[in-house]
Design a protein around this ligand. Structure first.
Ligand code: ADP
Ligand code: MG
Length: 243
C-alpha cells in the first residue's frame, strides 16, 4: 500500500531524514517510534506529499506521489496532524465536515456521517457543536480523529494522535482506536513515542533516531534485542509499558 524508496530530506545543512526505505502492506499498522526530532513527522508527511523529498520516491497504492497526484492521494487518506490541528474558529462539526462539504456532500449527508463517526469514536454528539477551545484534550483528539475518518479512508496517517492526554483518557482512546482500525481494515502509519500504544495498536514498529530508521520489526522482537544503544535506552525507559 505504501512504498518509500530512498526518500531523504534536508533543511539547509540539517538532515531531517537520511535515505530511507519503508514498506507498509495493505491492512497493516506500522508505528514510527522515537524521541523528538528523529524524523517521524517528516516521513509521515512525505507519504501525503506535504513534504517533498529531495531524493527518492513515494508510492501509495500504485500511484507515485508527485505534485500532480498528491491531492488525489490526500483525498483517499485520513490524516491526524500532530497537535490535532483543528481550526479554532470552527466548531468540531464544521472542522470535521469541511472536506466533505468541499467535495460537494450535502449538509444532510455530512451530518449523518458525523453522527455515525461520533458514535464510533465515542464522542458525545452534542459536543460536535462546540469550538475546540470548549473541548477537553481527549474530546479534541476524538474530534481530530473523526475529521480524519469522514471520507472513510482506507489509509490513515496518525501523528501522535493520543499525545498529551492523561493516562486514563489515553488508555480509553487507545482501546477505541484499536477497535476502529480493525473495523475499518485500514492501512495505518502511526507516529508515537509511547511503547504501550505501539504494543496495543501496531503490527510492526520502525524506530527512528537522527533521521535514520535504526531498527524495525515486531515490537516484541525489537524490545528483546535492541539494535543500538538508542533503541535500548528507549525501550528501557518504558519497559513497564510492555505486555
Ligand atoms: P519528529 O516528528 O520525529 O519529532 P521531525 O520529522 O518533525 O521529527 O523533524 C526532524 C528534524 O527536521 C528536526 O531536527 C526538525 O527540527 C527538522 N525540521 C522538520 N521540519 C522542518 C522545517 N520545516 N524546517 C526546518 N527544519 C525542520
Ligand atoms: Mg513529530
Amino acid at each position: 500500500m505504501i512504498r518509500l524508496r530512498g526518500v531523504a530530506k534536508r533543511y539547509g545543512p540539517d538532515v531531517a531524514l537520511w535515505p530511507t526505505d519503508l514498506d507498509v502492506a495493505r491492512g497493516e499498522v506500522v508505528a514510527l517510534l522515537g524521541t523528538s526530532g528523529g524524523g517521524k513527522s517528516t516521513l509521515l508527511r512525505m507519504i501525503l506529499g506535504l513534504v517533498v523529498p529531495d531524493a527518492g520516491t513515494v508510492t501509495v497504492d500504485g500511484t507515485e506521489v508527485t505534485a500532480a497526484t498528491a491531492d488525489a492521494v490526500r483525498r483517499r487518506a485520513g490524516y491526524v496532524v500532530q497537535g490535532g490541528g483543528l481550526f479554532p474558529h470552527l466548531t468540531a462539526r464544521d472542522n470535521a465536515g469541511l472536506v466533505a462539504r468541499h467535495l460537494g456532500w450535502s449538509a444532510a449527508r455530512t451530518d449523518a456521517r458525523l453522527a455515525e463517526l461520533a458514535d464510533l469514536t465515542a464522542l458525545a454528539p452534542g459536543l460536535l457543536d462546540r469550538f475546540p477551545a470548549e473541548l477537553s484534550g481527549g474530546q479534541r483528539q476524538r474530534a481530530a480523529l473523526l475529521r480524519a475518518l469522514v471520507l472513510g479512508p482506507g489509509l490513515l496517517l496518525l501523528d501522535e494522535p493520543l499525545g498529551a492526554l492523561d493516562p486514563i483518557t489515553r488508555d480509553a482512546l487507545q482501546t477505541d482506536l484499536g477497535r476502529l482500525i480493525r473495523d475499518l481494515g485500514a492501512t495505518v502509519v502511526l507516529v508515537t513515542h509511547d511503547l504501550r500504544e505501539a504494543a496495543v495498536l501496531a503490527d510492526r514498529v520502525a524506530v527512528m533516531d537522527g533521521g535514520y530508521v535504526v531498527q524495525r520489526g515486531p515490537l516484541a522482537e525489537v524490545a528483546a534485542a535492541p539494535a543500538t544503544p538508542f533503541v535500548e535506552a528507549f525501550v528501557e525507559a518504558q519497559r513497564y509499558a510492555l505486555p
